[in-house]
Design a protein around this ligand. Structure first.
Ligand SMILES: *[C@@H]1O[C@H](CO)[C@@H](O)[C@H](O)[C@H]1NC(C)=O
Length: 193
């Protein structure tokens, strides 16, 4: 009886918050994999909002919990140096990431170039390894701090969408499309040829 109420308690806890990882483990249950996309710009272009909303809702249909966070850009030149700006934004970003329980994936032109299959496999591996989710970070106006890059190298990945430069709005759309593509690859849904 006592044991039963413990289980019940853990179950209630896990329903209440997916962070009760242990409780879920005990029950052999799994929370939805969480994908968070963090950026530093509120600039809204209608076309990119629409595209991200569309791909985002398709991603969610695969049981993924998708969250977008916009952080306030830190002051840059002439008030502060570019390095100070990156560091400040980096601290704010890292304070949101639960390192150890989730991966930090930084989009950066110096990052690894992956195929869509490798991307899909990487995300699957994160989930299989028991990560709670992944946080994708699109850098601020002047890119990512050293600390953010190191954290991503250690506890995640640096990814580049290719050698051509694209603006943040486009990168965000590409990310959402690749997330959707990754889901269709993982679930063998015909979309990716
Ligand atoms: C940053 O993300 C928000 C949603 O959280 C979005 O509305 C905005 O357009 C994004 N900014 C860029 C530059 O993509």
């Amino acid at each position: 009886m006592q044991r039963f109420s413990v289980v019940l308690f853990l179950f209630a806890l896990s329903l209440q918050s997916c962070d009760s990882f242990t409780a879920l483990g005990v029950l052999g249950l799994r929370c939805a994999f969480k994908v968070r996309v963090v950026n530093f710009s509120k600039t809204k272009e209608k076309w990119s909002e629409e595209a991200c909303r569309d791909f985002g809702s398709r991603v969610k249909k695969f049981g993924i919990e998708l969250e977008e966070v916009t952080l306030k850009p830190a002051p840059g030149p002439p008030k502060r140096t570019v390095i100070q700006q990156r560091e400040e934004e980096g601290k704010e970003l890292l304070s949101r990431v639960d390192v150890g329980r989730e991966k930090l994936i930084v989009l950066d032109e110096r990052g690894d170039i992956m195929t869509s299959h490798e991307f899909a496999d990487y995300l699957k591996k994160c989930a299989d390894d028991g990560d709670r989710g992944v946080t994708f970070a699109i850098g601020g106006a002047n890119g990512h701090s050293e600390e953010v890059q190191q954290t991503a190298r250690r506890q995640g990945k640096m990814i580049s969408f290719g050698k051509m430069v694209m603006n943040h709005q486009v990168a965000r759309v590409v990310l959402f499309e690749q997330l959707y593509r990754a889901m269709t690859i993982q679930h063998s849904v015909p979309y990716h040829k």
